[in-house]
Design a binder for this molecule. Structure first.
Ligand code: ADP
Ligand code: MG
Length: 251
């Protein structure tokens, strides 16, 4: 499997505090890698460091074999790494369609994007990402009318509109209903048909639904890595999570 993203011995230090202590991560073409771990484990920091939002103290990030360590976030996004943050960052007063239009590569601001003559290629791209995120029927609704879960999907659609080859999602199901969570899992599986995906997640049912490979982070280090069963039966993982309710390793 061709390596899309390769993180080597990554360290991130915040004023003396080691948030990541030498993490390795490999993501292959079309692969879904799920990162779990207790709060403060360094999961978001790992994504931040990959996209150039947190400074890497040592180690490397390679994207399709190219060293992108400490490149700025705009350049990383332009190269093809799409990142969805924990809180939706959408324009509530615009329609779903307009939000995705703004996110398309080569868009320049709200006015220019909406007023510019839309090529059929752009229209096709927008309907493709809306279909993939289950939003086609909501295309001309204002985002303010959508549920919390649907707003999260709009943001995923906006990430896809940038044509990334890998998509990084930080707790995409936070605050979602059970049905929305399930739907998000199906969306992620569909995305993985043409993209690599890295997902940070807490909900173990969701992890089981989507996961191919799981990486467990704990205190800035990789504690375990493997399939759902392998990770759930790992003594170190059981020890860290024993008694915790959010991740039911015994299930
Ligand atoms: P997770 O996403 O796994 O819950 P984070 O990556 O957000 O954890 O945080 C890992 C650790 O790094 C935490 O102890 C957090 O307080 C610390 N941290 C994260 N970002 C910063 C920052 N910008 N400055 C200082 N400390 C930070
Ligand atoms: Mg986090």
């Amino acid at each position: 499997m061709e390596s899309v993203l390769s993180v080597k011995d990554l360290q991130v230090v915040f004023s003396g505090f080691k948030a990541l202590k030498g993490v390795n991560l490999e993501v292959g073409d079309g692969e879904i890698v799920t990162i779990i771990g207790p709060n403060g484990a360094g999961k978001s920091t790992l994504l931040d460091a990959i996209v150039g939002k947190s400074p890497v103290s040592s180690g490397h990030v390679y994207y399709h074999g190219r060293d992108i360590t400490n490149k700025n976030p705009y350049e990383v996004a332009r190269l093809g790494i799409g990142r969805k943050f924990q809180n939706p960052n959408v324009y509530n007063d615009l329609t779903v369609f307009e939000n995705v239009l703004l996110a398309l590569k080569g868009s320049h601001g709200i006015f220019a994007s909406i007023m510019s003559k839309m090529t059929s290629a752009k229209k096709a791209k927008i309907s493709q990402v809306l279909e993939r995120t289950g939003l086609l029927e909501k295309a001309f609704d204002k985002v303010s009318l959508l549920s919390h879960g649907q707003k999260q999907w709009v943001e995923i659609a906006m990430v896809l509109a940038q044509d990334p080859s890998i998509v990084l999602l930080d707790e995409p199901t936070a605050g979602m209903t059970e049905d929305e969570t399930y739907m998000t899992g199906e969306i992620i599986k569909s995305i993985s048909q043409s993209h690599s995906v890295v997902v940070i997640e807490h909900d173990m049912d969701f992890v089981k639904q989507i996961a191919q490979r799981i990486v467990v982070l704990h205190q800035g280090e990789t504690l375990a890595e493997g399939t759902v069963e392998e990770v759930q039966n790992d003594d170190k993982v059981i020890e860290v999570y024993l008694g915790r309710e959010r991740i039911n390793v015994a299930a």
